[in-house]
Design a protein around this ligand. Structure first.
Ligand SMILES: NC(=O)c1ccc[n+]([C@@H]2O[C@H](COP(=O)([O-])OP(=O)(O)OC[C@H]3O[C@@H](n4cnc5c(N)ncnc54)[C@H](OP(=O)(O)O)[C@@H]3O)[C@@H](O)[C@H]2O)c1
Length: 357
């Protein structure tokens, strides 16, 4: 195993913390001696041991003279855990390879501390993949005023998310739906537009293989406050925290009826105002699962950071519900191109993960 392969392995290990570590970053680490892996670990849970100390403990005496390959710069500060740099220096590791710097000012400076202790340090291998994996964590540091917003849509080849007759279950296959359950576990909240809440009556709970440390909250964007209390999201608002975003001039009686279900009401005159309020309520990452009007409004306002696009190989024609509605017209020379960060088949469907540049 060379250092690049060790970093790829460390990135895979880091993902094992998905749904359990936020608001901490996902981190994985591998210790190699020559080309032999002698230890590995990952940050398993918020506040728990860091990947480096787990991997070094796994390597034991094997760490002496070895290389530690880690997906994020080791921390230097006393937080919920002691500084990783101290453990690394004690371990006898002689070289550290980190995929990227830690932009958190509290934890940064690890590389300098290690160099001062005589350890060789390299930063950068697979840095783009490491940054993409921790996009929500990085967003929180740069832009704490609103959550990291990811859009997830399952669309047909002709860009439809439902047929002309109200049918939307299911556009994608089992593997794609399992993926969405996994995806939900890593977000602080999951959102839909009012029409999707009314037509599909979703539960927006996590029912996959990953049990999130905290169940994601549910958010419904419903300016006119037209949600009936019989809807699953409102019937279960006492069990799973649910937020309904309404316009400031929404009908008071209808707002009261929604609030009486136990849902929290956020009044906002714009999507950016709504996101700022969600951020104040501790929502650092939001997975928006449609529909097309909400998706279009968020995209038009420049408020989507990532798009999880599940492409299904069928078409539904003109009458189907557009995946994205109401986007302003743009010339080809003005249209921004998003960056593909992941592309893979999910049985007969295709997953594309795209980031706004
Ligand atoms: N395939 C998929 O991945 C997928 C995912 C989700 C939904 N769907 C399907 O999509 C269909 C619903 O999609 P849709 O496009 O008709 O509706 P939608 O986007 O789910 O909901 C539209 C509603 O969102 C509300 N909204 C709140 N703030 C908004 C804002 N700033 N801009 C725009 N809308 C805002 C509006 O409510 P007010 O009218 O109260 O303002 C609007 O009526 C359903 O058939 C559903 O089954 C498919």
């Amino acid at each position: 195993m060379n250092e690049r392969e060790a970093m790829a392995r460390a990135l895979d290990l880091a993902l094992r913390g998905w749904g359990r570590v936020q608001p901490d970053p996902l981190v994985g680490a591998v210790v190699i001696k020559g080309t032999e892996p002698v230890g590995e670990g990952w940050h398993p849970e918020y506040g728990d041991r860091h990947a480096e100390t787990v991997a070094l403990a796994d390597a034991g005496e094997g760490a002496r003279g070895a290389t530690l390959v880690v997906t994020l710069e080791p921390c230097t500060h006393h937080g919920k855990q002691p500084p990783c740099t101290d453990a690394i220096i004690r371990s006898g590791v002689t070289r550290v390879v980190a995929a990227m710097r830690d932009p958190n000012p509290l934890a940064a400076g690890g590389c300098e501390r290690l160099r001062e202790a005589g350890i060789e340090v390299e930063i950068g291998p697979l840095g783009d993949a490491a940054a993409a994996m921790n996009a929500a964590f990085l967003h929180r540091l740069r832009n704490p005023g609103r959550p990291f917003v990811a859009l997830k849509l399952a669309t047909t080849l002709d860009g439809r998310i439902a047929d002309a007759f109200g049918g939307s279950r299911w556009i994608s296959g089992d593997a794609a739906r399992d993926y969405v359950q996994w995806l939900r576990a890593g977000f602080d909240a999951i959102a839909v537009g009012g029409r999707t809440a009314r037509l599909d009556d979703p539960a927006l709970t996590v029912r996959g293989s990953v049990l999130p440390k905290a169940a994601p909250r549910r958010v419904i964007f419903d300016r006119i406050a037209d949600l009936g209390p019989h809807l699953t999201l409102l019937r279960t608002a006492h069990e799973t925290p649910t937020v309904v975003v309404v316009a400031p001039d929404a009908d008071r009686t209808r707002v009261k009826r929604i609030a009486s279900t136990g849902a929290t009401i956020v009044q906002a005159g714009s999507l950016s105002g709504a996101l700022a309020s969600l951020s104040e309520q501790g929502i650092g990452s939001l997975l928006v699962e449609g529909g097309g009007q909400l998706a279009g409004a968020l995209l038009a306002a420049g408020l989507v950071d990532r798009y999880y696009w599940l492409q299904a190989p069928l078409w539904l024609g003109e009458g189907g519900v557009p995946a994205v509605a109401g986007l302003p017209t743009r010339g080809l020379d003005q249209a921004e191109r998003w960056r593909v960060v992941e592309r893979r088949p999910l049985d007969n469907d295709t997953l594309l993960v795209l980031d706004r540049r």
